[in-house]
Design a protein around this ligand. Structure first.
Ligand code: ADP
Ligand code: PHD
Length: 488
């Protein structure tokens, strides 16, 4: 592979929210002030334009059905066809937005129509075939999900490569979606083959964030998969650094909730913190993507796509914190607390594994858990339907148990080291100042996160209160105890 001889190249992902602001990207991440060779030695991995994958599959946050959910649900009949036409319309509107000249717009439209109609005829055939009963739709749903989601990344990568060519950049559309490809390769093989004849010093590859491969990205990693593609491309091509371009800087809290002026750029942190953020649904980076990069010793930089001169935040394994402090406050609404209480549990083992089996069976994500003599509480993210199934299974397996379910919000203060005794009292005091009564607090001995459980209605206020107390007004004060230790 020619490109591995270039040790200084970067692999850079542009997220969907940023991709939607295409013309601004030309002036920042894609071209900006770069000229000549400065344009190259980069590989760009792109996500679908914001909202496109939601329309193709289902809304990531609200779960509102997209083409895939309609196709998969037997009650929806052929409504998926209309939904697919709506996505096609939306894609054509996007093309019209980007390409004002007829020639390139027509090329972009032809590409989209060819892909959409190809998938449509495939789905019609599959639906007919499965109506006979000998073929089970369930067995093919994953492939359907893959085909649909890859449409989004195919469009955005194809358009971006075309747009850059129009601006005199030697760009190349690198299609990893396996369109009309009869072979099945592993993700690493797919990447290796795609880059085999690319000279990174003279070409700028625009790569689809979706890759069709034997591991099936969708099954293994589900949504947010383009970060997995980013990390594997970085590892396989031997990149010096992986970069994620986002709508905002990776900040001490969500700027939309706490305010752009109140938050600060994280600047540097380690993969331990990145894992905690991913666990909380704050997609700083997909947890599995972080793993590949960490293992390969490749640093990750998170940048603001629209502030290109700012170095952003570097995430690496070897960054210890100088002073214990909270780096970010983040959280999740719609967390289900599944409280399993059984007095027969005292001194008996095995309850945990049965609960875990049920949660795995119904694909429910565990955010945190606590237990005492007779109670195990899991804090979960998943559909109410799936969690109800877990509840039913457990009630059947343990007839003497008492199972409670409650919806709440979990807010977490995260940092490389929170090993400073005044953080907990300060957190409680900040909540009290705002009249927020925590339902529970987890301050664990590893000291990387402090979790507060509150009513959902208190979610935003809790984020703001903890951010104010632990970040904005934090003076680096140390408790008497740690000050004494420092003197000693
Ligand atoms: N700590 C944080 N720093 C920056 N953005 C955050 C943070 N927490 C939540 N967000 C939200 O994440 C959103 C962007 O999500 P992002 O994952 O960058 O989208 P995409 O992957 O489509 O680019 C922003 O709109 C912002 O409100
Ligand atoms: N477009 C896909 C993949 C992805 O990673 O998107 P984003 O980079 O916008 O999170 C999704 O919505 O899941």
């Amino acid at each position: 592979m020619t490109n591995t001889s270039s040790p200084s190249h970067t692999v850079e992902k542009i997220g969907g929210t940023s991709m939607s602001r295409t013309s601004e990207l030309l002036d920042t991440v894609l071209i900006g002030d770069r000229k000549g060779e400065d344009l190259y030695n980069r590989i760009m991995v792109v996500s679908a334009y914001g909202g496109m994958t939601d329309a193709l599959l289902e809304h990531k946050k609200s779960g509102e059905p997209g083409v895939y959910s309609l196709f998969a649900s037997s009650e929806s009949g052929w409504t998926w066809g209309d939904a697919l036409s709506k996505v096609a319309q939306r894609m054509l509107e996007k093309n019209a937005d980007i390409f004002t000249d007829d020639g390139p717009r027509e090329a972009a439209d032809r590409f989209v129509k060819d892909r959409i109609e190809g998938v449509r005829s495939c789905l019609i055939d599959l639906a007919r075939l499965c109506s006979f009963g000998h073929f089970q739709l369930e067995q093919h749903l994953l492939t359907v999900r893959e085909m649909l989601s890859s449409l989004g990344e195919a469009q955005s990568a194809h358009n971006t490569a075309l747009l850059l060519k129009m601006h005199g950049v030697n760009s190349r559309f690198v299609d990893l979606t396996g369109w009309r490809d009869e072979n099945q390769y592993t993700l690493d093989e797919v990447i290796d083959r795609a880059f085999a004849d690319i000279d990174l010093s003279r070409e700028l590859p625009i790569v689809t964030g979706y890759a069709q491969c034997r591991e099936t990205l969708m099954k293994t990693y589900d949504r947010g998969y383009s970060e997995v593609t980013l990390s594997r491309v970085a590892v396989v091509t031997g990149a010096a650094e992986a970069v994620i371009h986002k709508e905002f800087h990776l900040s001490s809290a969500d700027p939309k909730i706490v305010g752009e002026d109140a938050v600060r750029v994280i600047g540097e942190t380690n993969y331990d913190v990145a894992d905690q953020l991913s666990n909380m649904g704050m997609e700083a980076i997909h947890p599995r993507a972080a793993k590949s990069l960490r293992q390969a010793g490749i640093p990750l930089r998170v940048k603001n796509a629209f502030d290109p001169d700012h170095p952003g935040t570097v995430i690496r394994s070897d960054l210890e914190t100088r002073e214990p402090h909270v780096e970010m406050v983040t959280g999740l609404k719609g967390v289900f607390a599944l409280e399993f209480y059984d007095q027969d549990m005292v001194g008996v083992k095995g309850y945990d594994s049965e609960i875990l089996d049920a949660l795995t069976r119904h694909k429910v994500w565990i955010i945190a858990k606590t237990s005492n003599a007779n109670t195990i509480t899991h804090f979960l993210k998943g559909s109410l339907q799936a969690i109800k199934r877990v509840e039913t299974d457990l009630a059947k397996a343990f007839p003497n148990s008492d199972i409670g379910l409650r919806k709440l919000a979990l807010v977490s203060a995260i940092g490389r080291s929170l090993n400073e005794p005044s953080i907990l009292p300060k957190a409680i005091a900040s909540l009290a100042e705002e009249g927020i009564m925590p339902l529970g607090v987890h301050d664990l001995i590893r000291k990387v996160d402090l979790q507060v459980l509150v009513e959902e209605t208190d979610f935003e206020a809790t984020l703001r209160a903890l951010h104010r107390g632990l970040i904005e007004n934090w003076t680096g004060e140390r408790s008497d105890q740690s000050a004494l230790e420092a003197v000693a």
